[in-house]
Design a protein around this ligand. Structure first.
Ligand code: KIV
Length: 251
């Protein structure tokens, strides 16, 4: 797709219903992101998410996807445990979910681990820029502006064999420059329009996370309001006796 100048579309999915809907809509890649810790489990960071959580959600998404590639995140700290232990966890996730690729956070410092994963036959996406699992080390959810570090992370990831580089919260001109310098595709989130593709957290994009939607996440729908309106209508109909009607009941 990069070679043909076609933009790649990626969205997160955490369950069968959503995976099926997004797959049928024509999405290219479904990401079982550890963002599930925030949007599904209600934590304030992705740090509490376990390998068991990723396998549980990954299996549902794989079951719901007919054509989209399914990528599963390595949760904290399993991408940072050195090549041998990371390969073991990634292999377990692939075996038990049936996903096609793994995403891990990091670039240059992860080069050896990325190479070991690729050697083991595990396709890898490297996540650089803002790495949410390192939110405390980075001092918060901030735009990452260190040009030299971003360039070397992206280059090192490609060199180590990653088939894609995901860039989060990177200035648009820098992300575009890195995209041009790489042979593998880039996927951006808060990284401007110059990347080869885009990803969003589906709950943000659908307007389900109204209280904490990041600036870069456009709301393509307002389902949070729609859910509350439907729930209010249901509550009123039950209370006033208009639900269930005769044709919603059995004789
Ligand atoms: O966990 C996730 O959903 C992600 C995206 C924000 C890229 O890593």
């Amino acid at each position: 797709m990069k070679r043909n100048g076609e933009r790649i579309t990626m969205l997160t999915a955490y369950d069968w219903t959503m995976a099926r809907l997004l797959d049928q809509a024509g999405i290219d890649v479904l990401l079982v992101g550890d963002s599930l810790g925030m949007v599904i489990q209600g934590h304030s960071t992705t740090i509490p998410v376990t390998v068991g959580d990723m396998i549980y959600h990954g299996r549902m998404v794989v079951r719901g996807s007919q054509r989209a590639m399914v990528v599963v995140d390595l949760p904290f700290p399993h991408g940072q445990l050195g090549p041998r232990r990371t390969v073991a966890v990634a292999a377990r996730i692939m075996k038990q979910t049936g996903c096609q690729a793994i995403k891990l956070e990091g670039g240059a410092r992860q080069a050896e681990t990325i190479a070991a994963l690729v050697d083991a036959g595990i396709p890898v996406i490297a996540h650089v820029g803002l790495r949410p699992q390192s939110v405390h080390a980075l001092g918060g959810y901030r735009v990452q502006r260190d040009r030299a570090k971003l360039q070397s992370d992206a280059q090192a990831a490609q060199q180590a064999g990653a088939f894609c580089v995901l860039m989060e919260c990177v200035p648009a001109n820098l992300a575009a420059e890195i995209t041009r310098s790489l042979q593998v595709p880039t996927i951006g989130i808060g990284a401007g329009a110059g990347c080869d593709g885009q990803v969003l957290v589906t709950h943000d994009m659908l307007g389900l996370t109204v209280d904490r939607t990041p600036r870069f996440a456009r709301r393509f729908a307002h389902l949070g309001n729609a859910v509350q309106q439907a729930a209010s209508a249901y509550i009123a109909a039950v209370r006033d006796g208009s639900f269930p009607a005769e044709d919603e009941s059995f004789e």
